[in-house]
Design a protein around this ligand. Sequence first.
Ligand code: NAI
Ligand code: 15L
Length: 272
Amino acid sequence: MTSATPVKKFNRLLLTGAAGGLGRVLREKIKPWANIVRVSDLAGLGEAGEGEEVVHCDLADREGVNALVKDCDAVLHFGGVSVEGPFDPIMQANILGAYNLYAAIHQHGVKRVVFASSSHTVGFYRTTDRVDAEMPLRPDGFYGLSKCFGEALSRYYFDRFGIETVCLRIGSSFPEPRTPRMMVTYLSYNDLLDLIRASLFTPRVGHTISFGTSANATSWWDNSKAAHLGYQPKDSAQQFSANFPDTAEFPAADDATTIFQGGAFVTTGPIY
Ligand code: NAI
Ligand code: 15L
């Protein structure tokens, strides 16, 4: 199947991280995919719109997460700490949070999850490397490590119980690339939406890891292991190339942020 029109609607679709940068975009776009979208976050979400339920919940709260997942058919897991930082908040939101979520998903019989993983699971590969989904993980900090945990946790729940997850190793999904590195890692919001749609509606995905970028001129990632999703990016960072002219100041060639795929993340941590 291609990433085109969904073949069926979910009754209730849960979106975590709905107050975040990506969550706010998705909240508007995913309504056609379900009769009810349950949007959740720690942060303010405003009033529930038509066809929405709003649930404020800390992912680290086991009972809260259990109630959050109840009666949902599928989960888009976009909540959590999204940058490098001290271990404790990352552990609470991303590690304990993922555990709470999958325990609830198992208990309530949810069959499909789309997990916002990150390219920082493999940030210590070099920008001269080409990385595929089966190569060893090389996280570039506590944040990347927490995403490795989410990928392994979802693998366990697939192997043990057949709960299907597509882990999206998202590159950089913002309105436009902010750095020269993001000319490689950029994922437009429209392409992100296509990738999530394919991840939710492709009939059998098992446990899939897909890199998430647009069709940028340069790529560090080989996405052939996720070809069954049929994801075909339509946008490209090239439309923003004027933002980074040859005359602009780039990091030096021997700078760690130039050498490694994770960019600035590779030198940010560890933060104690
Ligand atoms: P964001 O930081 O804007 O949004 C994350 C949301 O999670 C926030 O609204 C925050 O309040 C919520 N959150 C944090 N801790 C929580 C907790 N303990 N319980 C409940 N909610 C909590 O991040 P963004 O950019 O929207 O990213 C969404 C997801 O996609 C994140 O998991 C991030 O790691 C992942 N991702 C994003 C990329 C991007 O380029 N935007 C790249 C790679 C991965
Ligand atoms: C990520 O995983 C982060 O969530 C996002 O905020 C960006 O920093 C992105 O990676 C990136 O590498 O650009």
